[in-house]
Design a protein around this ligand. Structure first.
Ligand code: ZN
Length: 116
């Protein structure tokens, strides 16, 4: 029995064989296509048509949206440590995971958190 992760990998492999909706030719899966100021994966056709990986494109759009906002968060406390709860959107957009290290930089007007 295949576990869901393996099935998903197979599903994604299958979907890499994508047909162009303009000319119906097979599209090639390419890594690092320019999308806004980011590079994501997607499918390219010889006719010039590009189909971006929807999951990655979604992340870039979410990131761009979040960059324009000021996000308010509350500080909590566990024992003697202050904790900062990050909204789900930030977790998704920056691919953050529980247990992961981040870097904290003190700046003149606050702190900057950088995924390590
Ligand atoms: Zn095409």
């Amino acid at each position: 029995m295949l576990d869901p992760d393996t099935l998903w990998e197979i599903y994604k492999e299958e979907n890499k064989k994508m047909k162009c909706h303009k000319c119906n030719k097979s599209m090639t899966y390419v890594k690092g296509i320019q999308f806004n100021e980011y590079k994501i994966d997607g499918w390219k056709c010889t006719c010039g048509e590009i189909h971006y990986d929807p999951e990655q494109a979604q992340k870039v759009l979410l990131l761009n949206k979040l960059k324009k906002e000021v996000i308010r968060a509350k500080l909590g406390k566990i024992r003697s440590n202050l904790i900062l709860r990050l909204p789900k959107d930030i977790e998704t957009a920056l691919d953050l995971e529980k247990g992961e290290d981040v870097l904290i930089k003190i700046e003149d007007k606050g702190i900057k958190i950088i995924p390590a």
